[in-house]
Design a protein around this ligand. Sequence first.
Ligand code: FE2
Length: 366
Amino acid sequence: MNLTSYMPVRIISGTDCVKNNSDVFKSLGKKCLIVTGGSSAKKSGALSDVTSALDKCNIEYSVFDEITENPYTEDCRRAGECARNCGAEFIIGIGGGSPLDASKAVAIFATNAEMKHSDIYNMNYKNEPLPIVLVGTTSGTGSEVTGVSVLTNSDNGMKKSIGGVYARVSFCDYRYTCTMPYAVTVSTALDAFAHACESYFSSMSTDLSEIYAEKAFSLLAEGLEYLYSSKDIPDDRIREILNDASIYAGLCLNITGACFPHTVGYALTEDYGIPHGKACAAFIPDFIKICAENKPEKSQRMFDIMHTDKYSLCRMITELADINITVSAAQLEKYRTRWVDPVKNFSRTPGNFTSDTAVKLFEKFI
Ligand SMILES: [Fe+2]
């Protein structure tokens, strides 16, 4: 039996879960800072549900809504300063992966005034972060249930993750995802699939992470197939399936961490502006082929759960990711020095995956 795991987040799920559990906020303090991006928190209805719950509990709040996609360390530091200035006792992150990931860094900066933006990667802070509450509005990140936060270094534009910062509470209500446009729905669903798939075949996988991953596969089989064949935004039932899948995928990712598609996918986001989920999915067919060679029985189990085969699954992922880029020779050279073995996510990948193998994967885009 291998059930080794750590997941300290209190998950509250279901329709109207914010409204029905406003008491949760009361226990965290009298003032808070809401951290969001541009519009999805408002459009989804999540922001107004949260502010109504805070009003009901007589909790004061300020809003920092300047978190961009692939959030910058300096913006998180500024938000932390804002939290200090308004006397926030806890942080509420509302949105997709970017605001949720940013909130984790903001909670650290809020209590550690001396930290420069890039110090966040050292995770060598003196004071405990503020408590964090997360409300997701997309169906991909899994940030609600992981300790991971992926931040873009404001000094060099490179994405890098920190770990071990968990929310105190995460609210999961699929209705907040219903305003996502088709393209975002596809990209976030691909991100969830990448999490489940990378976790399933990781050398770190456990009995528990496999149970979560297999549950995510069974839900994503229907969700991805719908997005692939209909080319249209889903109805409520599929929205709920995709949201549930993203949480199960987050739970397995939390145990194992990712494999190479996430690491190399960052480069496509940084250099070509490809959204995170599609950027990881660009390498998922390569990953599936490597896993089929090295772990044939486990691969067959995934195909069986998803009622598919290697060829059909890879074709669906490739077409949904829809990557149209050209990597120049100069760019390829840059990637040769980007990853220096040992890379954690490479060594967790089945087979002997090295930074040389990673660079070769980009040759298909030349
Ligand atoms: Fe991801």
